[in-house]
Design a binder for this molecule. Structure first.
Ligand code: SF4
Length: 669
């Protein structure tokens, strides 16, 4: 008997219309857990580097995490993996909401799509039964609108629908997949779904899921709920409100946006407005949020209510959470009313709320600097807000300049030329980053930005405070109940961290300490992504309810897998290495492991080199960032080292350029 997982994947060949229910190997679950872990293994086994993002042989995998569908609070993530058209590396984007648990209840752990449908279709999965249905009537429809229409058509109001909008249909490189109360946005996974001719996947399940030791599991769940209650009643002192509690940053609850608006960059990640926040702005923004925020909502089985339904005047209601509340506003130098309004259109079109506003601001910056001209923007309104709406429409339709911009700032700049590349200044591995430009190099963040293979810093940070607390007393107070640390040494690292002097950034924490801290933070995110846990209750906030000490118990009692902290750490290291191996095989090397040039004003090349060298050694990677044969074999990944040897990857000196043709150009479209 399988526990926590169903033991079956759904494999759909869209070219042939073939549907298969495939039993999975429980040994793979033990080695790679589930979700991201087993996705990375499938991509390794079946998507060699010769396969391009828009090839029929690229896979698009919708995976539920190992513990999704169990009563574990907040465990609801769908992990969508494929080869990204933008980065040309392995993308894995997570969505919350309700889809993954529903898939488990319908009898499957993953849906694996391959091939391409000749006509636009949607998939209907109900309790083990699967249909490929015509979606011609849904062509061009919004993502949220599509979900509503499908539920009506199927007469299944409780079906969970993951859908793309026009952006996905037109293969915009930062197209998202939207799912009612969440979205998987990073890496252009919606473009791959559109390329495969799939408009949506609707799921309804009413079956049971087995738990290995139910009473023990429920006791663990109760402990987590008690801890959440305790933390809600006792926010961490000295930490900004959105980080002092649990959940995804509580952007839909807070009114005070001084920190974001004055510290994050406006426009094309260019301008910091240090005195922006004043009483007048605060009042206006509070009124806007209060009038448009109709309800606070949660994902499946979570009490945190960190999403909200937003009803902009004259527009349909949609759902929002986190920082996309501000991304459009700040890119357009506008106000919250504009931001919440355009985000409704962006959600229906299905685009990423981080990349899209930056691409539009980038286009306007090129225009202001004469690199693009009036000829590129025929009929564009004169006002900034009108321009953003105009650009959004062109991008998702791939019309005129929108066709170029639809590939993101990196590829667009290459195509535009004339010095445009100087303006595409905020990408890592070809993907737009948070609009942040800071002063002094932070060694922990340097390593995370440089080596992270998730597409957002918020998806590998957490656990360890972003900056030292001003006084020793505050730090002593903080470490007192810091039960989440995997080792007591982390407390000392933090206790000794000063704002100024010898033990301050950039030389403290030392490179060795930074390795420990980064590795711990990243490990927790990777564990979440295999289990399907929301980072908002685990790897992202300080002092979360889930951590390295109780996760093994959840896995043992829930999935019936014999587990302890070492074994879990090793499993996470195994599939984290496999993600890197997939990318190394696609040409990623040390040259790609770097933050944007201008991320910090004060840079320290020697220290940065030492940090990277030390981290590579710590991880068992060689000086090109390639996992060594010894480290791979030690993790049981000898099939990876054999492949690397066969392909001559170890003899690559790092000068081989990664493939530089965009997926669109390669297709000749
Ligand atoms: S913490 Fe927030 S984002 Fe995470 S599962 Fe709960 S409601 Fe969803």
């Amino acid at each position: 008997m399988r526990y926590a997982e169903t033991g079956y994947n759904l494999e759909i060949d869209l070219t042939r219309g073939n549907i298969e229910r495939v039993a999975t190997d429980p040994k793979e679950t033990e080695l790679y857990l589930g979700g991201l872990g087993t996705n990375a293994k499938i991509i390794w086994d079946r998507v060699p580097p010769e396969v391009d993002p828009f090839s029929p042989d690229n896979l698009l995998i919708f995976a539920s995490g190992l513990l999704c569908g169990t009563p574990a609070t907040g465990c609801n993530r769908t992990i969508v993996s494929t080869i990204s058209p933008q980065t040309r590396l392995m993308a894995f984007s997570m969505m919350g909401g309700f889809w993954a648990p529903e898939l488990k209840y319908a009898g499957y752990d993953k849906v694996i799509l391959r091939g391409k449908s000749p006509d636009l279709v949607y998939l209907w999965i109900k309790d083990g039964k699967v249909e490929i249905r015509d979606a011609a009537h849904l062509k061009g429809k919004g993502a949220v609108e599509t979900a509503t229409l499908i539920c009506q058509e199927l007469k299944e109001p409780k079906a969970q629908v993951a859908a793309i909008g026009l952006a996905g249909e037109n293969r915009v490189y930062y197209a998202s997949i939207e799912q009612g109360r969440s979205s998987a946005s990073r890496g252009g996974i919606g473009a791959v779904m559109g390329d495969k001719g799939v408009k949506a996947i609707a799921v309804r399940g009413t079956r049971d899921l087995n738990i290995a030791r139910p009473a023990e599991f429920m006791a663990l769940c109760t402990e987590v709920l008690d801890y959440i209650k305790f933390r809600n009643d006792n926010p961490i002192p000295g930490v900004m409100p959105i980080l002092a509690g649990l959940g995804s940053p509580q952007e839909m609850k807070v009114h005070d946006e001084k920190w974001h608006t004055e510290n994050f960059m406006w426009g094309n990640s260019r301008v910091r407005r240090k005195d922006f926040w004043n009483e007048e702005v605060a009042t206006a923004w509070m009124e806007t949020l209060d009038s448009m925020r109709t309800r606070l909502i949660s994902c499946y089985n979570c009490p945190m209510t960190c999403g909200a339904t937003i009803s902009p005047p004259g527009k349909p209601t949609y759902m929002m959470k986190c920082f996309s509340k501000l991304t459009y506003t700040m890119a357009a130098f506008s106000d919250l009313e504009f931001g919440l309004g355009i985000a409704q259109s962006a959600t229906e079109y299905g685009v990423d709320g981080f990349s899209t506003p930056q691409v539009m601001a980038f286009a306007l910056e090129l225009y202001e600097n004469g690199i693009l001209t009036d000829d590129d923007f025929p009929g564009m309104p004169a006002d900034n807000e009108g321009r953003f709406y105009w650009l959004l429409d062109r991008i998702v339709r791939r019309e005129g300049i929108g066709d170029v911009l639809a590939n993101g700032t990196y590829w667009a700049a290459k195509e535009i030329g004339k010095g445009a590349e100087e303006y595409a200044h905020n990408t890592i591995k070809k993907h737009e980053q948070l609009p942040l430009k800071l002063s002094m190099l932070n060694p922990i963040y340097f390593l995370m930005y440089a080596t992270g293979e998730k597409m957002n810093i918020t998806q590998i940070e957490g656990q360890f405070p972003q900056a030292p607390f001003p006084t020793r007393e505050q730090r002593e107070e903080f470490v007192k109940d810091w039960i989440q640390v995997p080792d007591e040494k982390f407390k000392q690292y933090f206790l000794d961290w000063e704002l100024r002097g010898e033990k301050s950034i950039p030389y403290y924490p030392t490179p060795e300490m930074c390795c420990d801290i980064v590795d711990w933070q990243e490990r927790m995110h990777y564990i979440d992504d295999a289990l399907g846990m929301c980072a908002g209750l685990s790897s992202f906030p300080l002092k979360p309810p889930y951590h390295i000490h109780n996760y093994p118990k959840f896995i043992a009692a829930g999935a019936g897998i014999d587990m302890d902290e070492d074994k879990l750490t090793r499993a996470a290291k195994r599939y984290r290495t496999l993600v890197r191996a997939n990318n190394i095989r696609r040409g990623m090397r040390r040259k790609d492991d770097k933050p944007p040039e201008n991320h910090w004003k004060k840079r320290f090349p020697d220290l940065e080199k030492e940090l990277l060298d030390t981290y590579y050694r710590f991880k068992g990677w060689n000086d090109q960032g390639i996992p060594t044969k010894e480290s791979l074999d030690e993790l049981g990944l000898d099939y990876v080292s054999a492949d690397f040897e066969k392909r001559g990857i170890y003899s690559n000196d790092g000068d081989t350029p990664s493939k530089e043709t965009s997926a669109e150009k390669e297709k000749g479209v």
